[in-house]
Design a protein around this ligand. Structure first.
Ligand code: NAP
Length: 254
């Protein structure tokens, strides 16, 4: 497959924050002026957000399709991937991005808070990876990028559920990378640090200051910082990289 061929990508959680930036980045033209990828994205609730993205990103020449579903549902994932593959004409790239937080100290954390985060953040990665694999194996080509977190590497008080889900994603990434490497499929994880999105907008000034003091580059990341790394890992330039976790964190976890 040549570098200039137009790819087909499925992205979970494409309506806000990092996922929205990934949709825009993958749908934008590469240096040859050719749209990098047509897109099918999945979102959980915000219909207006999905329509706005189809209008703005779709008008730039890329084909963009949206599917509303709960990513934690195994059966929905199988049927949505089939619908997306038929709209796109195949699938070359999967970005498992959808995620939630339900923070609480462990002693106060409810079973629901634990289960919800594991289902949405981790089980969804199994659901969508399994659904795209048969297509990628058949064509002997694929790029799978899982959005983990630095919290999955170093932990964070009040986020035992979230840290477990993200560490789980890292293990899943490495195991899957080993299983499918011989089929021309790479599987990598991106571990963002603190990125300016709805997920981090609840931080107060004091929490922000403490965070910044631990970030050598002295700023929070942007969704675009993460999206550009995802685009690189999706490209043919990254064909010799698999099973890796790339931290996009301003140097926080070096
Ligand atoms: P966000 O702004 O809260 O957006 C989350 C996206 O996921 C939305 O598009 C949302 O769709 C979708 N989503 C959530 N639950 C879903 C479900 N059950 N089914 C389908 N879609 C669902 O989050 P973000 O900050 O961009 O984070 C994106 C990813 O990066 C997550 O995996 C997160 O853990 C990871 N991350 C973020 C940061 C950070 O600092 N922001 C740091 C490290 C890792 P609807 O709104 O339509 O429901």
């Amino acid at each position: 497959m040549s570098t200039v061929s137009r790819k087909k990508a499925i992205i979970t959680g494409g309506t806000r924050g990092i996922g929205k930036a990934i949709v825009k980045e993958l749908a934008s033209p590469n240096e040859n002026g050719i749209i990098f990828s047509d897109i099918a994205f999945i979102y959980g609730s915000c219909d207006e957000c999905a329509e706005e993205i189809i209008k703005t990103v779709g008008s730039s020449d890329a084909n963009v399709f949206a599917f509303k579903a709960d990513v934690s549902s195994y059966s929905d994932a199988q049927s949505i991937v089939e619908k997306a593959v038929s709209k796109l004409g195949g699938v070359d790239i999967l970005v498992n991005n959808a995620g939630i937080t339900r923070d609480n100290l462990l002693l106060r954390m409810s079973e629901e808070e634990f289960d919800a985060v594991i289902r949405v953040n981790l089980k969804s990665v199994f659901n969508y990876t399994k659904a795209v694999l048969k297509h990628m194996i058949q064509q002997k080509y694929g790029r799978i990028i899982n959005i983990a977190s630095v919290v999955g590497l170093i932990g964070n008080a009040g986020q035992a559920n979230y840290a477990a889900s993200k560490a789980g994603i890292i293990g899943f990434t490495k195991a899957t990378a080993r299983e499918v490497a011989s089929r021309g499929i790479t599987v990598n994880a991106v571990a963002p640090g603190f990125i300016e999105t709805d997920m981090t907008s609840k931080l107060n000034e004091k929490q922000r200051e403490t965070l910044l003091s631990n970030i050598p580059l002295k700023r929070l990341g942007t969704p675009e910082d993460v999206a550009k790394t995802v685009k690189f890992l999706s490209s043919n330039q990254a064909s010799y990289i698999t099973g890796q976790v790339i931290a996009v964190d301003g140097g926080m976890t070096m």
